[in-house]
Design a protein around this ligand. Structure first.
Ligand SMILES: Nc1ncnc2c1ncn2[C@@H]1O[C@H](COP(=O)(O)OP(=O)(O)OP(=O)(O)O)[C@@H](O)[C@H]1O
Ligand SMILES: [Mg+2]
Length: 245
């Protein structure tokens, strides 16, 4: 469903992705690891067409169609979701407005009617229970005053609402407590029966094993240099990246 070929990307005039090749199949879970600065976040931001990341070579296709000419909102409507490594705060926008607006714009693109109020509240009940989130969060401004771990849980709420086809999760488990890691794994598990594919940046054994990846990839210097199964992740966690060998 996601096919990345020889992808080269510049940020502010500097090449940071140097020929990434990566395929993610429908319903598969992939873990992406790599040293700080190896290009993981840049890759995910490029896939969602963040305009800061300029594609200078190669191709990204999603569901058989190149996304090179598409915008951030086109790819969101096509079903790609990114949870940020550092989720931004948006003052003046409540969580409930964000959720309703983003869900309804995706529904509109699919030719569906907006969520009715009862439908919305039913989903709120269901998802806040899965994620053990207090309902008062819905009234707060997006990420404003939320702790690091709470922001990551809020991203998971957005993910459940959007039910993407492909979820890109950038270190969803960094800075979160043990219980919250279990909840993030629960959110991933909740979506798997819908056939959602995941590409997850993580370096922690707990989420990696709970997410039951089909493949593990290692990035180094703006490229995917190694692909394996969960034993590759276990080896890296134990021994470090070394020289990438
Ligand atoms: N907006 C930007 N301006 C300048 N340099 C950037 C920008 N975004 C990324 N880079 C550079 O690109 C390289 C890759 O950064 P990226 O954030 O993708 O790494 P990462 O693998 O996600 O690292 P980490 O594990 O620390 O999150 C880094 O050297 C970074 O400084
Ligand atoms: Mg990063």
């Amino acid at each position: 469903m996601l096919d990345i070929k020889n992808l080269k990307v510049n940020v502010e005039g500097k090449q940071i992705l140097n020929g990434v090749d990566l395929q993610v199949g429908s319903g598969e879970t992939h873990i992406l690891m790599g040293k700080n600065g190896s290009g993981k976040s840049s890759l995910l931001n490029t896939i969602v067409k963040n305009p800061k990341y300029e594609i200078s070579g190669g191709d990204i296709s999603f569901l058989g169609e190149s996304i090179l000419q598409k915008s951030v909102s086109d790819v969101a409507k096509a079903g790609i979701f990114l949870s940020f490594q550092n989720p931004p705060s948006i003052s003046g926008l409540s969580v409930s407005t964000l959720l309703k607006n983003s869900v309804n714009s995706i529904r509109k693109a699919r030719g569906e009617k907006p969520l009715t109020a009862p439908e919305y509240f039913k989903l709120v009940d269901e998802y806040t229970e899965v994620l053990e989130i207090p309902k008062e969060w819905l009234k707060r401004q997006v990420n404003l005053g939320f702790s690091g771990g709470e922001k990551k849980k809020l991203s998971m709420l957005e993910m459940l609402f959007l039910k993407p086809k492909l979820a890109l999760l950038d270190e969803p488990d960094s800075g979160v407590d043990v219980d919250a890691v279990n909840i993030i794994a629960k959110a991933i598990d909740y979506l798997k029966p819908f056939g959602v594919s995941f590409l997850i940046v993580s370096h922690y054994e707990k989420l990696i094993s709970l997410s039951k990846p089909n493949f593990v990839h290692i990035m180094q210097d703006g490229k995917v240099v190694q692909t394996g199964d969960i034993t590759l992740a276990q080896k890296i966690i134990k021994q470090g990246f070394g020289d990438g060998e």
